[in-house]
Design a protein around this ligand. Structure first.
Ligand SMILES: [Mn+2]
Length: 340
């Protein structure tokens, strides 16, 4: 965080503020971790900070300190609106366009509060008076750590905040293996462990909580795996029928796409998941190296994200989505087969 932004933030937080901390729709570990961590920190500084999420978050995060106090906008809409309208400062974390806030979008646009953005996604919108955006960062949680550091308040780190931030950095870096993981990331992590984060326990809480249904669904997904060696590409499909058969719960397919990416030689992996209720095919895209799934998702799938991880959607049927997908691959053949 540069000195100019630091000075602006210090000014904003010079007196006690009523603050709302917001994460994106379908919050992940980084969104929940960064929002909880920042809110605990702000409360310790004497502010009144509440966390609001547009919709519910996955079960595997429901042990995090303070997670029971998170206001879920879709469930507790009146309370959410009242809290937004009472705030004079709103921090938006782990997203950079208000349409990522789901049904909260309108209320955020209409309120009088000033906005501060902390985020590591590409192409930030300019709704905030302070935009702390850094696409080189592993996670928003790592940025919250640097934010606290810039405020000269690392001494305020506690067991809870170190647990929040560790969780988000761990989940957003695929357990410290993505290229965005730097020496700096590891120094942050080391400090979080020193302050109290129980790293081994956090891994267990997040990763060793699979249901038998989810494991069987993974078996179906792997069985549906298609490999296209001529494009160094692999894709997985899951139909609504297959999801139903295994009592699909939100979050069950999280990470499945990474199995396709783990095949030797594969540079680009994608999973297509049918959602009959919304009449869409949801997809997660992953890549290795320079191949930008962010670009591909923006061009074809009304989505986006990062260079190596993005999301998108299609309104065609599952089979049409796949045949269309196969038809666009030649356009990317050079990028996918570059001997780099
Ligand atoms: Mn993130």
């Amino acid at each position: 965080m540069n000195t100019e932004i630091t000075e602006q933030v210090k000014k904003l937080l010079a007196s006690p503020q009523k603050i709302v901390v917001v994460g994106h729709k379908n919050p992940d570990g980084d969104a929940i971790g960064s929002c909880l961590g920042l809110s605990f920190f702000l409360n310790r500084l004497g502010h009144k900070a509440d966390v609001i999420m547009p919709n519910d978050f996955p079960e595997f995060l429901k042990w995090l300190p303070g997670c029971d106090d998170i206001i879920i906008h879709d469930k507790d809409t009146d309370k959410s609106i009242e809290t937004i309208n009472n705030a004079n400062l709103i921090f938006t974390l782990d997203f950079n366009a208000l349409n990522r806030a789901g049904n909260m979008e309108q209320f955020l646009e209409d309120c009088d509060a000033k906005f501060v953005m902390i985020d590591h996604h590409q192409e930030p919108d300019d709704y905030a008076i302070i935009t702390y955006s850094d696409v080189s960062m592993s996670s928003t949680c790592e940025m919250v750590y640097h934010f606290i550091d810039a405020m000269d308040e690392l001494g305020a780190l506690c067991l809870e905040v170190s647990t929040h931030l560790y969780t988000g950095i761990m989940t957003d870096t695929g357990s410290f293996r993505f290229p965005s993981t730097t020496a700096k990331t590891h120094r942050v992590i080391a400090h979080l462990i020193e302050v109290g984060a129980n790293n081994s326990q956090i891994h267990e809480n997040i990763y060793d909580v699979n249901s038998p249904d989810r494991m069987k669904l993974l078996g179906v997904a792997l069985n549906n795996l298609n490999i296209m060696p001529e494009y160094n590409t692999a894709y997985i499909t899951l139909s609504q029928k297959e999801l139903d058969k295994h009592n699909f719960k939100k979050g069950d397919t999280e990470g499945f796409v990474n199995y396709a990416l783990s095949i030797k030689g594969v540079k680009f992996a994608i999973i297509f998941i049918e959602n009959k209720q919304d009449n869409i095919i949801k997809m997660s895209l992953r890549s290795k190296g320079d191949f930008s799934v962010n670009t591909l998702a923006r061009e074809h799938y009304n989505g986006g994200g990062h260079t190596n991880a993005a999301g998108g959607r299609s309104t065609l049927s599952l089979s049409k989505t796949i045949s269309e997908f196969i038809s666009i691959l030649p356009k990317y053949k050079n990028d996918l087969t570059d001997a780099s």
